[in-house]
Design a protein around this ligand. Structure first.
Ligand SMILES: C[S@@+](CC[C@H](N)C(=O)[O-])C[C@H]1O[C@@H](n2cnc3c(N)ncnc32)[C@H](O)[C@@H]1O
Length: 330
């Protein structure tokens, strides 16, 4: 169900505690004036009117209130992605802390069409705060939903590792000559978050639906969805559109990851493999990755289980100690 209501009072009324698997939301940024309209040099007649902005001086309290609702409705193993600009990001960070959310990743979404500036740098990124409830250890995360560890990038790096990095370069959709919301999230971005953080038939909620982008992609990936949009003009336009999307239609074109996660499992380690592993391990430690993180990355890159990696590194450490005479007492 979707509601043409304020998300704070609306969620109190319609959504029960701990019922949502995933929240993806893009609140108004409290940017004064009408700057979003000017954003992409576009023809304003296609932009739906009535976008509701929040006055800057109310933004902190507003953020605290809606994030309190998000915390209440989220399941214990659920997660939330908040897309935010940087101007009032501090209010969102404070509201997350106050409402006992923990940020798992602070993702930078780099997009195209930043507003051209001459006397300062062009802003061409948003922040995405990927969060969980503070006291919960386990959060649903489908590590291999898009790439298997065996898959390579054009430069022969790990495609999975690169997909899991926290800088995402995803273009906005231009939608030339089409009716649109002022600020619309691209399908690619939503697809990525939904696939990693939910399963089919899960319930995905967007508290600020805008053009219903989250709901549309969720439906196309066979997830259920709900949410709120206070602007009647946008709501009435989009509510009919969502029904026209065939449930699960995105699966037709979805890239299926290769299945074999540990593609080198069972193969003997050659001297060269061991040398490569130790060099890469050394590089990761220099970059201050913990042992646990390093083993996970190495496992993906080398296509072997973590224990196999751990054993080689352990053996190497013991050998070094022996060579240094520290184990034999020489
Ligand atoms: C940044 S837009 C969301 C865009 C959306 N993610 C999309 O891809 O189209 C924020 C939306 O929140 C709506 N809004 C503002 N205050 C609201 C409130 N209290 N409850 C529900 N919606 C609200 C605005 O009208 C606007 O459409």
């Amino acid at each position: 169900m979707y509601y043409n209501e304020d998300c704070i009072s609306g969620s109190k009324e319609h959504l029960k505690d701990g019922t949502i698997d995933l929240i993806i939301t893009d609140p108004p940024f409290a940017i004064s004036g009408d700057k979003l309209h000017k954003h992409y040099n576009r023809d304003e007649k296609y932009v739906i009117d009535g976008y509701i902005e929040i006055p800057v001086d109310q933004y902190r309290d507003f953020s605290i209130d809606w994030i309190a609702q998000a915390h209440r409705i989220l399941k214990n193993d659920g997660s939330m992605y908040i897309v935010s600009g940087w101007s009032n990001l501090s209010d969102i960070l404070l509201a997350l802390e106050q409402n006992k959310f923990k940020i798992i990743n602070h993702i930078i979404w780099k997009y195209n069409f930043g507003v051209y500036t001459k006397k300062k740098y062009v802003t061409s990124h948003y922040h995405i705060l990927y969060c969980k409830k503070q006291n919960n250890k386990k959060v649903k995360f489908n590590t291999h939903c898009r790439f298997a560890p065996s898959e390579k990038t054009e430069n022969n790096g790990s495609a999975l590792y690169s997909d899991l990095e926290d800088v995402w370069i995803i273009n906005r959709e231009y939608k030339h000559g089409k009716t649109k919301n002022k600020n619309q999230l691209p399908i690619k971005l939503l697809k990525k978050m939904i696939l990693y953080s939910s399963d089919e038939n899960d319930l995905v909620c967007d508290l600020f639906l805008g053009s219903f982008s989250t709901a549309k992609v969720a439906r196309a990936l066979n997830r259920n969805s709900t949410g709120f949009e206070i602007n009647s003009e946008a709501f009435n336009y989009q509510i009919n559109k969502i029904e026209t999307i065939e449930r699960g239609c995105m699966f037709k074109d979805l890239k299926i990851p290769e299945r074999n996660v540990y593609f080198n499992q069972g193969k003997p380690w050659s001297e060269k493999d061991i040398e490569k592993l130790l060099t890469r391990y050394g590089a990761l430690k220099k970059e201050r990755y913990s042992d646990k993180e390093s083993f996970e990355i190495l496992s993906m890159e080398f296509g072997r289980g973590r224990f196999s990696i751990l054993n080689i590194i352990k053996a190497h450490k013991i050998k070094n100690l022996e060579d240094d005479g520290k184990l034999t007492g020489n």
